[in-house]
Design a protein around this ligand. Structure first.
Ligand SMILES: C[S@@+](CC[C@H](N)C(=O)[O-])C[C@H]1O[C@@H](n2cnc3c(N)ncnc32)[C@H](O)[C@@H]1O
Ligand code: SF4
Length: 338
C-alpha cells in the first residue's frame, strides 16, 4: 500500500480516489427516544463525561477539518444532538470559520420548535428531522416515547425559522410502518418537506437486523408508484447518498437511501468524528483513529490533520454487508453518528 499524502494542504483522500468533503460530527451518544431499530428500551452504557470532547475540542477539530483538510459540509448528529447544551455555540463557532462550511443537523426533532430560531441565528443552514410514522400511537410504539406532537412541532418550527429545505428521514420496518410510504409522501408534499426513505442497516445496538425482513428500496418505490408518478431526477447525484425521483412531474422530489440493496460506497465523500473524538472513515469501519488522545497530549493542528489523512487513506472500498465475513461494527449507529 502506498503511503498516505502528508502535504500540509492535503485533502482527505483514500486509495480508491475518493476525497472526503462531508464531515459528520456526533455531539453525544445519548438520546431521548428509544427507536426499536436503533437501541434497546433500557438505553445503552453512555460515554462518561471526561470521554466526551468538550465544545472547544469539537470546534478545534472541525476547524482542522475545514481549514486544512478541505471539508465543505459539516453535519451535526448523535445520539440526539439537540440535547447537547453547547450546540448553538458550536454552530456559531463553525459558521464563523473561513472558508465557511455549509452546516446542517440531523435530529429527532424533539425541542426543535423551541431551538430552531437560535440555531438559525447561530448559522445553521438546514435540518433533517427523523419521522417514521404519522400515527401517534405507532410513534409511541416505535420510539418507546409518546413525543409525536413534539416532532411535528419541530418540523413546523424548523420551516418557520428558515432551516430549509427541511428534510425528513424515514426508516420503514416490515409490519410496523411499511404501509405508510404514500401517506408520508403526501404529508411531505403538503408541507414542502423533502422526504427520504433510509433502508434499515445492521447498525442497531441489539444486533437484531435481518436482511430477509428489511424493507428494500424496490419495495418502497413500488408502494410509491402505486399512487404517484416517479421519474428519475435528471439532476447530477454526485456523492449524495439519496437517489432521488421527481414526483408527479416535479419539482417536488422523493429520495431513497438504499445503503444495503444499492450501495453507493464508490462515490462516498464522508468522514466521521464521534463524540469521544474518534475518526471513522465509514459507518461500517471496524477501526477508529483516536484524535482525542492526540489533542489532549498537545498535538498541533498539523499533527491532527496528518492523523486524520492517515485514517482516511485506509478507507475500504465498500461496506461489505454482503460479504460472508461481514462483521457489524462494535459501536451502534447512535454512538457513531448517523
Ligand atoms: C442515529 S440517528 C441520530 C440523529 C437523531 N437522533 C435522529 O434520529 O435523527 C440518525 C438517523 O439514523 C437513522 N437510523 C438509526 N438507526 C438506523 C438503522 N439501523 N438503519 C438505518 N437508519 C438508522 C435514524 O432514523 C435517523 O434518521
Ligand atoms: S434513531 Fe435517533 S432518535 Fe431514534 S433512538 Fe436512535 S439516536 Fe435516538
Amino acid at each position: 500500500m502506498t503511503a498516505p499524502r502528508t502535504t500540509a494542504d492535503g485533502v482527505l483522500a483514500d486509495r480508491y480516489g475518493r476525497v472526503a468533503r462531508d464531515l459528520r460530527v456526533s455531539l453525544t451518544d445519548k438520546c431521548n427516544l428509544r427507536c426499536t431499530y436503533c437501541m434497546p428500551a433500557e438505553g445503552l452504557p453512555w460515554l462518561a463525561g471526561p470521554q466526551l470532547l468538550t465544545d472547544e475540542e469539537i470546534v478545534r477539530l472541525v476547524g482542522v477539518a475545514v481549514r486544512r483538510l478541505g471539508i465543505t459540509e459539516v453535519r451535526f448528529t448523535g445520539g440526539e444532538p439537540l440535547i447537547r447544551p453547547g450546540l448553538p455555540g458550536i454552530v456559531a463557532a463553525v459558521a464563523g470559520m473561513s472558508p465557511r462550511p455549509r452546516i446542517s443537523l440531523t435530529t429527532n426533532g424533539i425541542g426543535l420548535a423551541r431551538l430552531a430560531p437560535a440555531l438559525r441565528a447561530a448559522g445553521l443552514d438546514r435540518v433533517n428531522v427523523s419521522l417514521d410514522t404519522l400515527d401517534r400511537a405507532r410513534f409511541a410504539t416505535l420510539t418507546r416515547r409518546d413525543r409525536h406532537d413534539d416532532v411535528l412541532a419541530g418540523l413546523t418550527g424548523a420551516a418557520a425559522a428558515g432551516l430549509t429545505p427541511v428534510k425528513i428521514n424515514t426508516v420503514l420496518m416490515r409490519g410496523v410502518n411499511d404501509d405508510e410510504a404514500p401517506e408520508l409522501l403526501r404529508f411531505a408534499l403538503a408541507h414542502d418537506y423533502q422526504l427520504r426513505f433510509i433502508e434499515q442497516m445492521p447498525l442497531d445496538a441489539q444486533h437484531g437486523w435481518d436482511r430477509s425482513s428489511m424493507v428494500t428500496a424496490d419495495e418502497i418505490l413500488a408502494a410509491l408508484c402505486a399512487e404517484f408518478e416517479l421519474r428519475p431526477d435528471p439532476a447530477e447525484r454526485g456523492a449524495a447518498p439519496a437517489e432521488t425521483w421527481l414526483v408527479d412531474g416535479g419539482p417536488a422530489r422523493v429520495g431513497v437511501i438504499a445503503s444495503v440493496t444499492r450501495p453507493f460506497c464508490g462515490d462516498c465523500d464522508r468522514t466521521r468524528l464521534t463524540a469521544d473524538g474518534q475518526v471513522r472513515n465509514c459507518l461500517f469501519a471496524t477501526d477508529e483513529s483516536d484524535l482525542r488522545a492526540a489533542l489532549r497530549a498537545g498535538a498541533d493542528d498539523e499533527e491532527m490533520a496528518r492523523r486524520w489523512r492517515a485514517a482516511m487513506w485506509g478507507k475500504r472500498a465498500g461496506h461489505g454487508i454482503d460479504d460472508p465475513t461481514f462483521l457489524q461494527p462494535v459501536r451502534p449507529m447512535s454512538a457513531i453518528g448517523g
